[in-house]
Ligand binder design. Structure first.
Ligand SMILES: *[C@@H]1O[C@H](CO)[C@@H](O)[C@H](O)[C@H]1NC(C)=O
Ligand SMILES: *[C@@H]1O[C@H](CO)[C@@H](O)[C@H](O)[C@H]1NC(C)=O
Length: 222
């Protein structure tokens, strides 16, 4: 990979732009990235902690198509009206699991991203369906069974998703929703088919990291 490409990638991550501008200047990036996906693993936005492995299949204006390897996740589900209110208890349950609230009292390293699947409620006062998950690194081996019955281990098969990437410190669900709408529009424009009844948020940074944050929204490829 040449220096200009590396520098552009660094800038695009460092300024946390989505990759739109970059695409305009480097139409061949997707080919390049596909070839270099191994050498640039793990992505900078994983911040040196384990994150699930993927291959970039294609890239277009406002989206990236990724094939994720099979992966293990620890998850919990909650229904509620308010994403902000639902997030805290879900996060705490998963955090307790990795802190030793499991059958082996085993501590497990934090990973990225924190992924949340959302089936939006129909209407402003309707309950949405949330599933929050932490990725379980393959280095854990066989993960211990959760002690909390509302926490589950999920084996996810290889999955192809469409992703958009953006920076900033998102505090409101509407900010995530806006990004999902933008991604949907980019996919529609390209005639790409995706599951429309739910989407995923993926956050890569701890709350105390204020700058250079990396966020994603995902749709499953249909
Ligand atoms: C990518 O680069 C090759 C030459 O290396 C060129 O022939 C091709 O048209 C480029 N593809 C796009 C999509 O611009
Ligand atoms: C992940 O999947 C890719 C392609 O699907 C494969 O080449 C690679 O070996 C896999 N990596 C791991 C660690 O399983």
């Amino acid at each position: 990979m040449d220096k200009a490409v590396l520098l552009s990638m660094f800038i695009s991550f460092a300024t946390s732009n989505d990759l739109l501008k970059f695409d305009a200047h480097s139409p061949n990036l997707s080919v390049q990235r596909q070839q270099d996906v191994k050498s640039e693993w793990p992505p900078k936005f994983c911040n040196g902690i384990d994150c699930p492995m993927y291959t970039v299949l294609s890239k277009g204006k406002g989206y990236e198509e990724r094939l994720y390897n099979a992966s293990m996740w620890v998850s919990t589900r909650l229904k509620g009206v308010d994403f902000e209110a639902a997030s805290r208890p879900m996060f705490m349950k998963l955090f307790k699991y990795i802190s030793g609230n499991n059958e082996k009292k085993q501590k497990i390293a934090m990973t990225a991203p924190v992924k949340t699947r959302i089936i939006p409620g129909q209407g402003p006062a309707c309950e949405s369906d949330f599933i929050m998950s932490f990725f379980v690194s393959p280095s854990v081996g066989q993960p211990p069974a959760p002690a909390d019955a509302s926490v589950t281990l999920d084996h996810v098969k290889p999955t192809t998703i469409y992703v958009s990437q953006f920076g900033g410190y998102l505090t409101k669900f509407d900010q995530w929703r806006e990004e999902a709408v933008k991604l949907g529009a980019a996919l529609d424009k390209n005639g790409l088919k995706y599951s429309q009844d739910h989407f995923f948020l993926a956050g890569y940074d701890a709350p105390f990291r204020l700058f250079n944050r990396h966020n994603e929204v995902w749709f499953l490829k249909a």
